[in-house]
Design a protein around this ligand. Sequence first.
Ligand SMILES: *Cc1c(COP(=O)(O)O)cnc(C)c1O
Length: 346
Amino acid sequence: MDWIAPQRLRIDGDALVANWRALARMSGRAVCGAAVKANGYGLGAPEVASRLVAAGCRDLFVATWGEAQALGDVGPARVSVLHGVRDEDAPLIGLPGVRPVLNTVEQVRRWRDRGGGACDVMVDTGMNRLGLSVDDVASGALDGLEIDTLMSHLACADEDHPLNARQQAAFAGLAGTTAARRLSLANSAGIALGEPYAFDLTRPGLALYGGIPRAELADVIRPVVAIEAQVLQHRTVRPGETVGYNATWTATRDTEVAIINLGYADGYRRAFSDRGTARGPHGETLPVIGRVSMDLIALDVTLAPMLAPGDWVAIDYAPAAASAASGISQYELLTGLGGRFQRYYA
Ligand SMILES: *Cc1c(COP(=O)(O)O)cnc(C)c1O
């Protein structure tokens, strides 16, 4: 008999694909890729990638060569390694369909010294994170390189900020100045900024997985991941008694409490202490009471007192709402999902 973990992620594969299709539609004439770095934002990169490739996605983005290797066979898709190429990456260079995104003049030189071949290039247009400068490009640093995609990254796409238009204009100014086949600027939020930001290829990550970085995406994006965890113990707490570490929660009435197999070591952050909620079998709201422990939380299940050890509860974890409740970014909530979860598609 297969072992069943007491905490699991239910992943809605239809919603994942529907989100990618919606973002592809919003990308207009641009092709839509997918950022699957950080283990597919915590969901499991190989499974996410194979579903998106089956739906027609051909451009995948990871951070490191190790992540590219972990993807396994992605069929007709191509994988771009966002952090470029180090000397230490030599053992993995040549993985079929995988190419670096070169970020510095030094990385360009390293790639040329290795014999070159298809690559992408990141140009910094104002974020001051990764990328060659616009001046590097103008002074011929990329001459003769076999560039598939010239890209840049938006610093403030999830806000209405003047830097968005400045970066868009700086990037548009690079069109035709290199041998690149394609231009790419927009992440999830950048897609919502409209057609001038889409260029030839878009690179959503967060929104594929149910995150909503801008209001324009709220009615478009479906939730993808749900946390389910088992009840481990049920108890009745009397008025005046406390629950959990440091006794931060005190009962004011007889309270039915379920102790649940989930904690901050699973990525269910301590910020959900007294803030998080879960769903009972009939949709009842079950508040998290007291501190989130490493491996456990306590729920007030007075509204669903029949919950018994072995029963499953659904933890509210839609990224935007969970972010509002906890103050933790949607990105961190997803990418922090831990290794104890069994991940299954339903
Ligand atoms: C992570 C990343 C993306 C995806 O960004 P989201 O905000 O998750 O859509 C796109 N491009 C680059 C360069 C990235 O690092």
